[in-house]
Unconditional design. Structure first.
Ligand SMILES: [Zn+2]
Ligand SMILES: [Zn+2]
Length: 170
């Protein structure tokens, strides 16, 4: 009896966490949440950011397996992009990768769209822990500290673009 009550409590706590799951790195709702072997959950892009730096969990310092970024343990409860309402008619933002167009993650795409609608020529955005310049005028992005690494960007409807994936996820 006591045990099942405890189980219930655990279940409801987990559910609550799923809905408001906050990433301890960017302090926003997790986008493409990924769970590390230690159990901590972050946005996939945030994991990618700190995994590249010191290969350790940002919360508990447990080592991140080498293949985690290639085979992340992604949790399924984030709303997939294609299921969100009216997204087919919304403009999305894409950047050019090695072999095609990639879609920015939802949050980046929204921020870029907002800035674009303001009509400003360029703005700065943190992607994967690095500051990028999004240049609307010339239609490319580059890391602020290395303007030679330019990539083309474009704004289009999702149905018009053959996308390789979202933010490095296939
Ligand atoms: Zn995050
Ligand atoms: Zn951890």
């Amino acid at each position: 009896m006591a045990e099942s009550l405890q189980q219930q409590l655990v279940d409801s706590t987990c559910k609550e966490n799923d809905e408001n799951m906050e990433c301890a790195v960017c302090l926003q709702r997790c986008i493409h949440p990924a769970q590390l072997p230690c159990g901590h959950i972050f946005c996939f892009l945030c994991v990618k950011g700190f995994a590249n730096q010191n290969k350790k969990c940002a919360m508990c310092r447990q080592e991140i397996p080498k293949d985690f970024i290639d085979q992340p343990n992604l949790l399924e409860f984030s709303i997939p992009l294609e299921n969100s309402e009216g997204v087919e008619n919304d403009f999305q933002w894409f950047y050019e990768g090695r072999n095609g167009w990639w879609q920015y993650d939802e949050r980046a795409s929204e921020e870029i769209e907002e800035a674009f609608k303001l009509g400003i020529p360029s703005f700065e955005l943190i992607i994967c822990g690095e500051l990028y310049v999004i240049d609307f005028k010339h239609k490319f992005q580059y890391p602020k500290r290395n303007s030679s690494r330019k990539r083309s960007i474009k704004r289009d409807k999702i149905n018009n673009v053959v996308v390789k994936g979202v933010a490095g996820l296939r």
